[in-house]
Design a protein around this ligand. Structure first.
Ligand code: NAP
Length: 336
């Protein structure tokens, strides 16, 4: 292992003391992890907060085998040490990375294939808000959903970290973007980000609104994080040959749906979860993002929407804010 400045043996991290509410997130002193072959150690300056962290805290989303038990799926910071077999990165490089867990800490061990340079001109808090959402949206909307220029994307949860990313990327690539959100303020924020149409789902039926906006054709790709009764309604809102990509089932994993729509419209209903995928898979997404999206981040054609920043030791407040549901965009922890 190669390292630059002296790395301490112990660090502050935020652990899940037991499954439960935000207050179970507690500072602990832990050993600084050592990078293995193909891995780097990052001195973390900022860590992104994501809905899956909330699920993990509640005991509903256990870390995959081999991953840290600490929450945190994305970080930004400096390369502090290199494991064997690392050629691209040098000590001191400013980077951001997708982590399989362990982001809520002063140091995080990550596979080199999940690491990207800090986008030009970005602060660490901004860069920490990028990996989880950009990896997820790139794979699900463009690779799995196959969204093309001129097609219509329907994004549910438009004001979420994922939603704000999907709106910006799809509109940057020339799609017509329709989104749903739960308040007028959230709809206005989505329109400012480039959505062509924002539907307040508490006041309007999104199926009717999508049909109206597309002159009856429906959406070519639907990114859904809701599930439950949205399954059937997505089938109704989809265009012929539509692709529906499921990335979460917040309103329920079990639903009753009329599958004749799948046949009649020749729909594809697919989905994925990012965290358990292989390091090779994540490295391939990282390469695609660096080639296609990093230039857009560098000119701020797209950028994470920053909601609130909390100190690491106030991670519980960050979770409280996320669960209150008033946030627009990303919540980030400042690790120092
Ligand atoms: N599959 C994957 O690989 C992957 C990766 C990352 C994240 N995710 C999932 O993607 C989702 C967004 O993550 P995030 O970190 O961006 O979370 P977030 O900012 O907390 O967003 C959650 C969103 O879900 C919407 N929502 C929740 N329940 C709803 C319902 N019953 N009807 C309509 N909308 C509902 C909320 O919309 P309103 O506030 O407008 O009601 C909110 O915008 C989460 O479910 C997360 O688990 C999946």
């Amino acid at each position: 292992m190669a390292s630059g400045q002296k790395i301490p043996a112990r660090m502050t991290a935020i652990a899940i003391s037991e499954p439960g509410g935000p207050r179970v997130l507690k500072p602990e002193t832990r050993d600084v992890p050592l990078p293995g072959p193909g891995e780097i150690l990052i001195k973390v300056h900022a860590a992104g907060v994501n809905r899956p962290d909330v699920q993990q805290r509640k005991g509903a989303y256990p870390p995959p085998p081999g991953a840290s038990d600490l929450p945190g799926l994305e970080v930004s910071g400096e390369v502090a040490a290199l494991g064997d077999e690392i050629s691209r990165w040098r000590i001191g490089d400013r980077v951001c990375a997708l982590t399989p867990g362990g982001g809520y800490a002063e140091y995080a061990r990550v596979h080199a294939g999940s690491v990207l340079p800090l986008p030009a001109g970005f602060t660490h808090t901004e860069a920490a808000a990028v990996p989880e959402n950009y990896f997820t949206v790139w794979h699900n909307v463009f690779e799995r959903g196959g969204l093309k220029k001129g097609e219509t994307l329907l994004v549910h949860g438009g004001s979420s970290g994922i939603g704000t990313t999907a709106i910006q990327l799809a509109s940057a690539f020339g799609a017509y973007v329709i989104t749903t959100a739960g308040s007028q303020e959230k709809c206005d924020a989505c329109l400012k980000l480039g959505a062509d149409r924002a539907i307040n789902y508490r006041e309007q039926d999104f199926v009717a609104a999508v049909k109206e906006a597309t002159e009856g054709r429906g959406a070519n790709v639907i990114l859904d994080m809701v599930g439950g009764d949205y399954i059937q309604r997505n089938y109704e809102a989809a265009a012929v040959e539509g692709r529906i990509v499921q990335i979460a089932v917040q309103a329920g994993a079990v639903a009753s749906a009329d599958f004749s729509k799948v046949m009649v419209k020749r729909l594809t209903h697919t989905g994925s979860t990012l965290r358990p995928r292989s390091v090779e898979f994540k490295a391939a997404i990282a390469a695609a993002l660096e080639a296609q999206i990093w230039p857009l981040l560098g000119t701020r054609k797209v950028a994470p929407v920053m909601d609130m920043i909390y100190p690491l030791t106030d991670a519980w407040r960050a979770h409280e804010r996320m669960e209150e549901g008033d946030h627009i965009g990303k919540i980030v922890l400042d690790v120092g």
